[in-house]
Design a protein around this ligand. Sequence first.
Ligand SMILES: *Cc1c(COP(=O)(O)O)cnc(C)c1O
Length: 339
Amino acid sequence: MIDLRSDTVTRPVQGMLNAMLEAEVGDDVFAEDATVNAFQDKIAALFGMEAGLFVPSGTMSNQLGLAVLTEPGDEILIDEKGHVFNYETGAASFLSGIQISPVAGKSGKLSVDHIRHKVRGNYDWEPVTKVLCLENSTNKGGGVCYTKEELVALKAFADEQGLFVHLDGARIWNAMIATEIEPEFFGRVSDTISVCFSKGLGAPVGSMLLSTKERIAKARRYRKMWGGGMRQVGLLAAAADYAVEHHWSLLNQDHQRAKEFAATVSECAALSIDLESVETNIVIFDCLNEAAPSALEKLAAHDIQMVQFGPATIRATFHFQVGDEQLDKVKSVIKELFN
Ligand SMILES: *Cc1c(COP(=O)(O)O)cnc(C)c1O
C-alpha cells in the first residue's frame, strides 16, 4: 500500500527507536525529565522564543496558545480553512470560551486586506477581537506558505490593533524548507507558536507550544488540567529530537516529489489542478468526471491511498516513507486511470 493520505502515517525508523531507548528520563510533571527539558529549551531557542512546552498533539498546543492569549468571550480571527476552525472539534469554544470569526482568505492565508474590517470596535456588546491565528504552511489551503513580507505586514497590523498573533506551525518545518525563512523570524512575528513533530518530520507523537516564560508557565497548568501532564515522556521527546535532527532536511525531497506528482496530475484530462498552489508536500486536485470517493476507490484498487477533501476534491500528501519508486508507480497509475 502506498499511503498518501497524510504525512502523519510514517513509522518510527530504527535510529529513532534507538534514540528513545537511550533517552534519559524523569517525571515531567515534576519538570524532571532531562530529555524533555533540553528539547524544550532547544526548540524555543531555535525560534527565538523564551520557553517551550512539549505536548501530545498539535490540537493541544494550538488550544493552549489560544487559552493563554484570551479570556472567555473573546474572539479570534482565522482563515475559514484554518485547522483551529475546522479540525479541532470546536475546542476553542469548549476549552477557552472564545468564539471564532472565520475569514475568507486565499488558500488558507490571510492578508491585512482580508482582516482590516474584521476587528471589532470597543463596544460593551461586541466580543473583544484578541488573536489573529495564522497557519503556515496551510493544510486545507494546500500547503502554501506565507512570505516574510506578508507576515511582517500582518504583525504590524496586529500590533496596531492590539491583537496577539498565534502561529499554527504544524508544518512550519515544511514552510522553512520551502521559503528558506530562518526560524527566529517566526518568533519575531508571533506571540505563540505551535509546532508539530509528528507530521512530515515523522515522530510518533508530539508537538510544542513556544512563547514567553510567563505564558508557558500558564500553559503548563492548563496542560495538566486538560490531562496532558505526562511522566517519563523524554522517550517521546527523544523521538521528536531525532526527527528534527535527521528528517527536517528530507522535507525538500517530499516537496520535489509533490511537484512531480502534481505535474502528472496536470497532464491528465480527467483531473484538474492549480500547479502554482503546490509549494510544499501537499497536493490538492479535482476530479472532473466523477466524485472523489469513486476516484479514490479506483486508486485503492491499485494499492494507493489518498483522502477526500471535497465532493470531487482529493488530497495527496508526500512524506519521507514514500520514495521515488513509489512515486513512479503513483504517476503511472494516475495516468492510466485518469488520462
Ligand atoms: C495536523 C495539524 C494540527 C494538529 O493536529 P493534531 O492531530 O492534533 O496533532 C494543527 N494544525 C494543522 C495545520 C495541522 O495540519
